[in-house]
Write a protein that binds this ligand. Structure first.
Ligand code: P6P
Length: 335
């Protein structure tokens, strides 16, 4: 059976669904090619001295792994010459990256976490790339950091790659969620799942339980009920998973349902969570909502949060709609 490739899918989204413009199609193809190059480097691991620390820190004050730096460079080099971008922003870079004057500029803004789940690199657990695409409202080429501070509802595309047993690219351009598997022999992304949907109910939750004593009461109440299983108010048993790679946890939820939580906690009372809004929470929330799930920060839709800083953090509760709504209702009741 002839499979649909990413290129063919994007041409059809441009031609029949009128969902994307040619420049956005080019952008997504370029990001797809960059993720293939990242997958090659991730796959080499120790064979090419790719593991371990780069000996530097990123803007978050986190030690950068060699693959963090390499992945960031791959995405930057792949995207700066094509003429489709007005600028880029990355978890690994303090400020935005404007397109050099020697290249043409486009109307899109690309934001990314080049390699999410870095603590899993050296132990060979799935990691990934997360990206978000916004349309710049500014004159071509005049972008500033402020140009990027748009709510998640402004996204025109979002996606992630998972570097795991298979290499996957999951994408939305606002017409549902599609999954492509890398055919390593042909080097092409092949459509393997269309219109992915997250069940509204689930029996599986994902949270880092070691932080339990630091959680706010609504999260504590919710998780306590899950742990009581069929003996408690939920009257059913729950299973737990925590990969500590957001892409892997979110992909599991897209595939079979579940709820993912990284709530704010007492360790950093003045910081609203660990995950970053612009290039982790927003793209994942766009994808989850496109798949019929929900995503809040405990109080409001993540996609409606107005950003104030490029690297700002946010509490994340996303996945199966009925569970996310329950946790959110516990937060509202606690006000
Ligand atoms: P913890 C990876 O570092 C990450 O940003 C997400 O991918 C993941 O969900 C989370 O942090 C894991 O955090 O505190 O459990 O190591």
């Amino acid at each position: 059976m002839r499979r649909t490739t990413l290129t063919q899918f994007l041409v059809e989204q441009q031609r029949s669904a009128r969902a994307i413009k040619p420049e956005l199609r080019l952008l997504i193809e370029v990001v797809g090619r960059a993720c293939k190059a990242i997958a090659v480097n991730v796959g080499k691991g120790a064979l090419a001295n790719m593991l371990g620390s780069a000996g530097t820190e990123n803007v978050q004050g986190e030690v950068q792994k060699k693959l963090d730096v390499i992945s960031n460079e791959i995405l930057m080099e792949a995207n700066e010459w094509g003429g489709h971008l007005a600028g880029m922003a990355s978890e690994e870079m303090e400020t935005i990256h404007e397109i050099p004057n020697r290249y043409p500029k486009g109307e899109y803004l690309l934001l990314f976490d080049p390699l999410d789940g870095s603590s899993n690199i050296d132990v060979n657990v799935s990691i990934g790339t997360i990206f978000s695409v916004l349309k710049s409202g500014d004159e071509l080429g005049q972008v500033t950091e402020k140009s990027f501070l748009l709510p998640g509802t402004s996204q025109v595309a979002a996606g992630y790659a998972v570097y795991g047993p298979t290499t996957l690219l999951v994408l939305t351009v606002g017409t549902g969620v599609y999954c492509f598997t890398l055919d390593r022999e042909m080097g092409s992304w092949v459509l393997t799942q269309s219109n992915m949907k997250i069940p509204h109910d689930t029996q599986e939750f994902a949270i880092n339980m070691s932080n339990m004593r630091h959680w706010e009461s609504p999260v504590r109440k919710y998780v306590d009920e899950l742990l009581l299983g069929e003996t408690g108010p939920r009257e059913k048993n729950f299973n737990m998973r925590w990969v500590a790679s957001m892409v892997a946890d979110v992909h599991r939820i897209l595939t079979r349902g579940g709820i993912f939580m990284y709530p704010r906690d007492a360790r950093t009372p003045d910081v609203p969570g660990k995950l970053r809004l612009m290039y982790e929470a927003n793209p994942m929330s766009f994808i989850v909502e496109q798949a019929g799930g929900a995503a809040t920060n405990g109080h409001e839709r993540i996609l409606e949060v107005r950003p104030h800083k490029l690297h700002e953090r946010i509490s994340v509760i996303l996945g199966s709609k009925n569970e996310v709504e329950r946790v959110t209702s516990y937060h509202r009741a606690a006000l």
